[in-house]
Design a protein around this ligand. Structure first.
Ligand code: NAP
Length: 325
């Protein structure tokens, strides 16, 4: 596995997203033993970056990651996130990036992860109630104390990224980026590149859609995040299947799987982009990581760049309003 840098932080070219092991998707939490095998296999294969968050579960995903990395802490670049739960308001699901909440959240994360520091600590969503300078100032104090090594922001807008970076260097922005969610190309990547900030691409497989394995909403149980997502429902899903079919056609041409093609396209976008595909299965992990050795031709990349735009927003309305602030 190749290595790249997020700011000054050395990470594997591809990371592993742990969310779906415990939350969001059908089958989450049903096979923790296979999830732990997946994380350990990832470490064996040279993955360093493992991504979780306080809110996945909540809490259970960090506990799972903590169990999986026990005895391997030094081989892992551990990324987690705060700010979608407010501890001063009884742990309710509201945005809170106040200094006091960050400190409480971090202590909980360290405990669940079984470590004394987080390598990359992300604000999960920008909190309009707390100036970003206060948030990053609090994080800088935690860096000085050795409890946090690098700071990241998830789904922040360009102006917020600039303001944050003046308080303390930001190592990475984490936002959704994939063949069917190209929003970061509109003003985010130009800012991160100008400031020397890395980019972590979440949901790089389009929440599984780009792999071609999802053909119907019927495949999801009622708690699955995708069962009410605009892109995965009704006419939109039927329209969007054309995208998955074209990815599969390019993959056949390249002699790869669709998942590998989706990841190889992201890798070709630049060394500053680190995808964190999520899977709770060893076999799919191995498939996804092999994308590190795949180079698509310029014609294949062009076909992928020309995919039709998806129907439907990539989040429901309330969640869309939390992006790019
Ligand atoms: N910052 C944020 O706000 C934010 C938001 C969402 C996600 N994330 C992070 O990004 C990570 C990845 O995103 P994601 O999990 O949402 O989406 P993703 O990586 O785009 O897709 C994950 C889905 O694809 C399936 N899958 C994985 N590899 C596959 C393959 N080779 N063939 C067929 N299906 C495959 C997985 O199922 P199985 O697990 O059953 O294999 C899972 O349902 C998360 O784990 C999380 O750490 C961050």
């Amino acid at each position: 596995m190749r290595r790249v840098r997020l700011g000054t932080l050395d990470v594997s070219r591809i990371g592993l997203g742990a969310m779906g092991m415990s939350a969001a998707y059908t089958g989450a939490g049903t096979d923790d033993a296979e999830s732990i095998r997946t994380i350990r296999r990832a470490i064996d294969l040279g993955i360093t970056l493992i991504d979780t968050a306080e809110t996945y579960g909540p809490f259970t995903n960090e506990q799972l990651v903590g169990r999986a990395i026990k005895g391997h802490r030094d081989e892992v670049v551990l990324a987690t996130k705060f700010g979608r739960l407010s501890h001063s308001r009884g742990g309710t699901r509201v945005l809170d990036s106040s200094a006091a909440n960050i400190r409480t959240a971090l202590e909980g994360s360290l405990d669940r992860l079984g470590t004394d520091h987080v390598d990359l600590y992300f604000q999960h969503r920008v909190d309009p109630g707390t100036p970003i300078e206060e948030t990053v100032g609090a994080l800088a104090d935690l860096v000085a104390e050795g409890k946090v090594r690098h700071i990241g922001l998830s789904e922040a807008g360009p102006a917020t990224i600039r303001r944050a970076h003046t308080v303390h260097p930001i190592a990475a922005i984490q936002s959704e980026y994939s063949l069917w969610t190209r929003d970061p190309e509109d003003g985010i990547l130009s800012v991160t590149r100008e400031l020397g900030i890395g980019f972590v691409a979440y949901s790089p497989l389009g929440h599984g859609f780009l792999t071609g394995q999802i053909r119907s909403t019927e495949q999801f149980d009622s708690t699955d995040w995708r069962s009410s997502n605009p892109r995965f429902t009704g006419h939109n899903l039927r329209h969007n299947l054309r995208i998955a079919d074209e990815v599969a056609a390019v993959a056949a041409d390249a002699g790869t799987t669709p998942a590998q093609t989706a990841l190889a396209w992201l890798l070709a976008k630049g060394d500053d982009i680190v995808p964190i595909p999520g899977t709770k299965r060893v076999s799919r992990l191995e498939e996804n990581l092999a994308a590190d050795r795949i180079e698509l031709t310029s014609e294949q990349l062009h076909r992928l760049d020309q995919l039709p735009p998806p129907a439907g927003a990539h989040h429901e309305d309330a969640d869309m309003r939390l992006l790019r602030r």
